[in-house]
Ligand binder design. Sequence first.
Ligand SMILES: [Zn+2]
Ligand SMILES: [Zn+2]
Length: 371
Amino acid sequence: MTSNIDRSNKAANDTGDSSNKAARIHKYQNPLTIEKIAKPSITSGQQVLVKVAASGLCHSDLHLINGEWKDMLTIPLPITPGHEVAGWVEEVGDSVPQGILDKGDLVAIFGGWGCGVCFHCKGGDEQLCKFATWPGLSSFDGGFSEYILVPSYRFLIKVDKKYRLKPEELAPLTDAGLTPYRAIKKVRHLLGPGTSIAVVGIGGLGTYGVQYAKILAPNSNTIAIDHSDAKLQLAEKLGADRTLNLKECQDIKSEIFKITEEKGVNAIIDCVGAEETIRDSARILSKSGVLVVVGLFGNQIGIPLSSSVFNENQVQCSFWGNYNELCEVIELAKQCKIKQIVRAFSLNAINEAIGLLRSGEVEGRAIIVPE
Ligand SMILES: [Zn+2]
Ligand SMILES: [Zn+2]
């Protein structure tokens, strides 16, 4: 099977005029280079050229820039990263159905560009497609630039201007605001009255995770776990019922069992995914509790065998989200049901934003905005 996505993005980049400022990886472990590159041009009918309005900076970008994924993702350098993108339609290919997208429309770009015809794509989970690619995490240039070429109109979600959603708020929904949503949907059936859900790591994903916990499981107690007082205060403002600062607590298990009246936590959304947070989670799960791992900091999921079996604990992984889930998340934003914690940086200041994200100093999501 081959993908029906046109992969001519690279070639297109070499043919347009030089009026596309972009922040690019030329060499791993180096600052991004801000430079003018060719503006991409449409080379096949389904493509859409989007003028970037905002692009979220994700921890995955750090892994990529650090070169940690260079063996897993063979990406020809240079590449423009940025996989959480919103913008305005600039131009559409001639086989985009008439009337569905017009120049100037505000769109969110769904990542996880699948082939469209395999089992997973037909089931709606294009992000699980064997051929799935992402802007900025593949040979397709991403959103830290003025323009981005999207291989098909199928990957765009148009947002009517009447909702007054800002692009800086729309962009992070495509990953930071999507990934924890899918994760919590996997466990919401466990979360009735008297239960609890913990969100570990109150960064870009966790700030949404705490809110989705309240929206999708309103009768469950939401516990935010982090090692930063500022981030935990933010979690409280976003609806967390309880907070736990790992820096101040002697033993996470005794603290959590106190909070949960000796039951443990029914569901944990680990937005960090470090080996340490996974070990901690295994100790604080309730009987038949489920750990959902979405963060990618560690290398292994190491949990003790016997207690996991005796307690019938489950570990699930959850990856990204699908197109329909992104539509649902955008609906919540349209109805003003989620608060967006974003801090905008200009494209020229992207390396400063990367430095702040590295040192854990960004509250919510850093958003890169082309000037
Ligand atoms: Zn990401
Ligand atoms: Zn597919």
